[in-house]
Every structure is written in C-alpha cells, then in structure tokens.
Write a protein that binds this ligand. Structure first.
Ligand SMILES: Nc1nc2c(ncn2[C@@H]2O[C@H](COP(=O)(O)OP(=O)(O)OP(=O)(O)O)[C@@H](O)[C@H]2O)c(=O)[nH]1
Ligand SMILES: [Mg+2]
Length: 457
C-alpha cells in the first residue's frame, strides 16, 4: 500500500515513470555571502554539463567551475554532485553554491528552467526523499520541526524525531500487535474445528504492555505542543508591582518601559522567550486598577480578555506589602504562579507560603522562578519531564485512537472475551499505528505536511 501511495504522489511528466528535474534556491532569499541552489532529478547532470567545461563527475566531490550560458558568464560556483540513490532526495542531485546575489540566483535558476528543469514546489525535495524511501513520514515531520524549532529543547525533540526514534518504537509495538493478532487468529481457526478458542492471561499482559507504551508516548503530547507552538504566559497584577521589570528580567533584555509611575504600561507587550529550553510567548499587561482614563480602561480590558487563553498566569504582587487575595480575579482553571516581587524591600507576614520571592531589580530568585515556570508548564507530564522525544498533534490524535482500540480490546478480554471483537479492535489499533508511521494511503496527511515546508527543502 505504501509503495502505491509513494508512486501516486510522485510528480510525473512525459512518461509515467520519469520524474521531472526540479530546481530551487535552498538558502534564504536575499543578499548573502553564498546561496545554494539545488537541482534534483534524472536530468540534473545533463543540465549542468551544458553550463560547464567538460567535467568528470565524482559523487560527493565538489568542483570549482564557471557557469556559462550562451557566451554569458553566470557565476563562479562550487558544484557538488550526488548520484541516485545516494542523495538527499534519492535522485541524481547537483548543489550549486554560488555568490549570494539575488540576480545571480535568478539567472542560474532561469537557465536551469530553459534547459528543462521546473521550479520545485514547497517541500518537494523532501517529498521526493519520502517517495524514494530515504526518510519516513515521522522523520519528515521531525525534519520540519528541526527547521523551525524555536529553542534548544525543541531542537533536541525534533532531532530525536528526525532520527526515526518514534518510527522505531512504533515498529516494535506494531510487530508485537501483529504477533498477538496471529495468535488470536490461530485460536479462532481452532474454533472452526470445534475447539473452544482461548487466550490466556499472558495474552492480556502483552496487550497491556503495548497499551502502556502508547500511553507513555501520549503523555509527551503536551510538551510536544509547547515545544512546537510555545506556551502563552501572561504577566498580571496591580500597577507598579514590577510586571514590566519581570518581563525584562526573564528576557534579559530592556524590552518594556519601567518607571516608578503607576500605570506605565498601557498596551500588551508581547515577547517570545525561552525558559529552560521551553518556548514561551510572554505578555506584559497594564496594571489592573479602577480608572477613569479611557486608555487605561482599554489596557485593563485587553489584559483581562487575554487571561482565558493563557497556559500560565504570572501573578505579580509586592513582597513587602500586605497581601489581599481578592484584589485580582484570575480564571481558576488556568495554572498560575504567585510572584512576590521587590523581595529586597522585605517580606510581609501576610504573604501566602506558596508565593515565589523575587527581586526583579537584583535578579535574586529568578532561577527559582524559572524552575517553577518549567514545572508548572510540565505538570501534566508526570514522569515524562526528562523526555526528549515528543509527539506532535497529528501523531497524538492517531495514537489516541490506537489507545482507544487497545482499551476496547482489554475490556473484551476482561468481560468476554468475544475473540472476534478483540481481533477487530487489534486490527484498528494496527491501522492507526500504520497511519502514524506513514504506512498508509492517507494522501491528505502527506500533502499537507510537505506543503508546509519552504521551497527548496
Ligand atoms: N526595589 C525594587 N524595585 C523594583 C523591583 N522591581 C521593580 N521595581 C521598581 O518598581 C517600579 C515599577 O516597576 P515596573 O516594572 O514598571 O512595574 P509595573 O508593574 O510594570 O507597573 P505598571 O506598568 O505601571 O503597571 C519601578 O520604579 C521599578 O524600578 C524590585 O525587585 N525591587
Ligand atoms: Mg509595566
């Protein structure tokens, strides 16, 4: 089935079997020291041969050449050739490393088009790599995350996915399910011969083990979501308590205006930030108080409207002032940390025990606060906090369905068992696992993934 999909998705032209040769700039557009243009497909070398002096191509070796077309020098370049199937795409590939002037890039690409190549679609190089079995679906997803990972930790997770760790784990789980299913079907065959079909406690224990493995992966989904999308953390509190100072301290940057005048911040101040490798979108807000100033009223309204969307609330109060719990109303369903700022000015007795002491001014308590932010965001992960490999939303949804099918299997084994139903549920679980790995005919998933890549990847 997989081969079928791979074949169907393969872009074809003249004959059903010959893929077109594609070309695209693989580095970022704009002026730079260098630019890399990639050509992939059966005609790659032929196109190059028309632009350079006779060349003995050695796979994996770089050569320095002058590209010339119809008497015009295009650029002095470094060319690297890879022979199919030993290339990124699995096809004949040439990488042209030229000077990073957009006019030069445009000229080279245009000439390649004149010589028979066509412009690559977004992600088409990677799509071809997938079609040619150079990487699996989850590896392609990992590659995508690797390009866009906003922090070190996100990068480590993307790298694990790109190395195929999820695929390997799921292949093992799949092999176990296939084995269980064949046992079961053998028992069902006996039934046809009048022998009572039976599966023992060992069978159930093996299904439980598979279910536990999947459960473990599913618990990494919340961290996966944070690593890919970032978590929204909103700083709230009364005026002048040091919210903007906290933002600046967490960013280690003088981002927001800090002043002794209450009501300094009016607008929402939005800043991407990495805390212990977790990507966060930090938002500083206007101090909450009753006001007649329409600008401040609007600032207060915007801050409050944002609260329900937050993954974490950072509620700032002054450490040395009497604490009144009811001063700021926060949504109860969202995790929040109480931060007692200005601890350098003292600590009031009324402060609740769970308050995190901080001096945004001196930085004292900042490390502790960052650790508390991390554990608040990862609270759902339980024992999986050290996990590197995390699953994405698509994998999460599909694995959830696999888990449901396994739960139904276990339920049947407990009450029945109706072995035919067990067999159907196990098959469903297997199908869902196949979908995660990409051994599936779900073209939508594949098309959507590759479309998200940039051109040239
Ligand atoms: N002593 C001391 N002063 C601080 C600390 N953090 C902030 N401040 C001072 O408190 C005042 C208000 O700080 P901001 O960060 O502007 O407070 P804010 O909560 O953003 O205020 P608004 O934007 O007006 O709501 C400034 O004068 C800061 O220098 C701290 O940890 N210790
Ligand atoms: Mg402020």
């Amino acid at each position: 089935m997989q081969f079928e999909v791979r074949r169907r998705l393969c872009p074809v032209t003249l004959s059903d079997m010959t893929p077109e040769t594609i070309v695209a700039l693989s580095t970022a557009p704009g002026t730079a020291a260098l630019a890399v243009i990639r050509l992939s497909g059966p005609q790659s070398r032929e196109v190059m041969d028309k632009l350079v002096a006779p060349t003995d191509w050695h796979p994996g070796h770089a050569v320095y050449r002058t590209l010339t077309y119809r008497g015009e020098v295009l650029d002095d370049v470094i060319l690297t050739y890879w022979r199919a199937p030993h290339s990124y795409t699995g096809e004949d590939t040439v990488e042209i490393s030229c000077h990073g002037n957009p006019h030069i890039v445009e000229k080279i690409v245009r000439v390649c088009l004149e010589l028979g190549a066509r412009v690559a679609r977004p992600g088409e190089f990677t799509q071809r790599a997938f079609l040619n079995d150079k990487l699996s679906l989850t590896q392609a997803e990992g590659l995508y995350d690797l390009l866009y990972a906003p922090t070190e930790r996100a990068l480590a997770s993307a790298r694990a996915m790109k190395e195929g760790k999820l695929g390997q784990q799921l292949e093992t789980v799949r092999a176990e399910l296939i084995d269980l299913l064949s046992h079961l079907e053998a028992s069902l065959d006996f039934a046809e011969e009048g022998i009572e079909p039976r599966v023992g406690p060992e069978f159930t224990a093996r299904v439980e083990k598979v279910r536990a493995e999947i459960g473990k992966l599913l618990r990494t989904a919340p961290l996966g979501r944070i690593l890919q999308e970032g978590a929204l953390a909103v700083i709230v509190g009364e005026p002048n308590v040091g919210k903007s100072s906290l933002l600046n301290a967490l960013l280690r940057e003088d981002r927001a205006i800090v002043a002794a005048t209450p009501g300094t911040t009016r607008d929402l101040i939005d800043a991407p930030c990495s805390i212990r490798g977790l990507p966060l979108r930090l938002i500083d807000t206007a101090g909450q108080r009753d006001s007649t100033d329409p600008v401040e009223i609007e600032g207060n309204r915007r801050a409050r409207a944002l609260l329900p969307q937050a993954a974490l609330l950072l509620h700032v109060v002054e450490a040395h002032q009497p604490y009144v719990a009811t001063k700021i109303e926060l949504p109860q369903n969202i995790p929040s940390l109480l931060i007692a700022n200005k601890s350098d000015l003292g600590r009031h007795d009324s402060l609740p025990a769970n308050a995190i002491l901080l001096s945004a001014l001196s930085g004292e308590g900042l490390n502790d606060l960052e650790a508390r932010i991390e554990s608040a965001l990862l609270a759902d992960l339980n024992d999986e906090t050290e996990t590197v490999l995390t699953i994405n939303a698509r994998q999460d949804a599909t694995l959830q369905r696999a888990a449901q099918a396994l739960d139904a299997t276990l339920e049947q084994l407990r009450v029945g068992p109706a072995l035919e139903i067990v067999s159907v549920e196990l098959r469903t679980a297997l199908d869902e696992l196949a979908e995660v790995i990409g051994k599936t005919d779900n073209e939508d998933i594949l098309t959507r993934l590759f479309q998200n890549f940039c051109i040239g990847k």
